[in-house]
Design a protein around this ligand. Structure first.
Ligand SMILES: [Zn+2]
Length: 357
């Protein structure tokens, strides 16, 4: 009997929306492209997950550049990734509506095989009945106005999770860069609008995802929110010093709040040298999960694959290899009960506490 996995983060919705021409594919049909579609998710035991809408800057490509020392020579093992400029709200809003409509169209076309879930009751029913459960997530809230009027509309449409920022700054806060190595302590905390956003999310019952937020913003959320702290797709900074990963102090705060860390599958956040272009095995995922479980407890560990938005380990070509991730966790000492918590149980607890029942 396989253990179902509810995934903390994927970019499948955005990726399929953007894939045109030769690259086009459907979520409902099996494809050899990308990491996730419904048939492959079923085969891999993925029961559902957070589906991110990420409004990117047109034409921006992630470029990895060397960091130079005082003598002008490149520093070994260090690089920087220039971030794109701020995204205008009008661009982000029309794009976000377009991607969201795809998710609802998938749901309508799936003939009951998938559902956009808005409550823990709905999520539990989906898990029990084998219906694929999608949670709508905004990765960066460039589409929102600072009066938070659009937030009400998005919430009523089904939005149940958001990251205030992707890595570029916006009207609500500041994200971490992808530079390596680096601390997540990279600038000021949330803006006034960002603080109002966190309070509004608490009131409405929307997850505030900390994964791309810088450290000052993280501590602002920790102070302002009554909800469990959640980083849907990050790893342990002690094992891979990327600003996208969580320091021990941040992990301890997640524990104190009853929160959750979804371990990211991206090579660049798993490997100790941060090199996304070098080889990596999915056993690295288990190494991070073990570290986080040992430090703050297995009840605060989940998975946040970053499928369709990141560079996967070489032995994890797509979601059908998810059982191998569970096997690696088993080899790292996670028993059946632990795997059920990591797979779905911890999410049900944290979403229940955040969304209300
Ligand atoms: Zn992300």
């Amino acid at each position: 009997m396989s253990i179902p996995v509810f995934d903390g983060h994927n970019d499948t919705l955005t990726q399929i929306h953007d894939a045109k021409g030769e690259a086009a594919r459907s979520f409902l049909e099996r494809s050899g492209r990308g990491h996730v579609d419904l048939p492959r998710a079923r085969e891999g035991g993925m029961a559902g997950g957070f589906f991110a809408v990420f409004a990117a800057n047109r034409g921006w490509e992630r470029e990895i550049l060397p960091v130079t020392g005082p003598d002008g020579a490149p520093l070994a093992g260090a690089w920087t990734v220039p971030l794109p400029p701020r995204l205008p709200r009008s661009t982000a809003l029309s794009y976000t509506l377009s991607v969201m409509s795809d998710l609802f169209r998938w749901e309508r076309s799936a003939g009951g095989a998938m559902k956009v879930v808005r409550t823990v009751g709905e999520l539990e029913r989906c898990l029990a009945e084998g219906t694929f459960a999608a949670v709508l997530h905004l990765e960066g809230v460039e589409a929102l106005d600072t009066r938070l009027e659009a937030l009400d509309v998005f919430f009523e449409a089904g939005l149940r999770s958001l990251g205030p920022v992707w890595s570029r700054p916006n009207a609500f806060g500041h994200g971490v860069p992808f530079d390596f190595p680096g601390s997540p302590d990279t600038g000021p905390g949330l803006t006034g609008a960002g603080k109002r956003l966190v309070r509004a999310c608490d009131r409405l019952g929307i997850v505030v995802d900390l994964s791309h937020l810088n450290e000052a913003g993280f501590w602002d959320v920790a102070r302002l929110s009554q909800a469990p702290l959640v980083a849907t797709h990050s790893c342990a900074w002690a094992l891979s010093p990327s600003p996208r990963n969580l320091t021990d102090r941040q992990l301890d705060a997640v524990k104190a709040s009853g929160g959750l860390v979804g371990i990211n599958f991206h090579k660049g956040f798993l490997r100790s040298d941060g090199n996304q272009n070098a080889e990596a095995s999915l056993t690295e995922i288990a190494r991070h999960a073990r570290y986080v479980a040992d430090r703050i407890g297995v009840e605060h560990v989940a998975l946040g694959s970053d499928f369709d938005g990141a560079v996967m380990p070489d032995d994890l070509p797509d979601v059908t290899a998810l059982p191998s991730v569970l096997e690696a966790l088993r080899s790292a000492g996670f028993g059946d009960g632990d795997l059920r918590r990591v797979g779905t149980g911890n999410w049900l607890r944290v979403l229940g506490a955040t969304w209300g029942s």
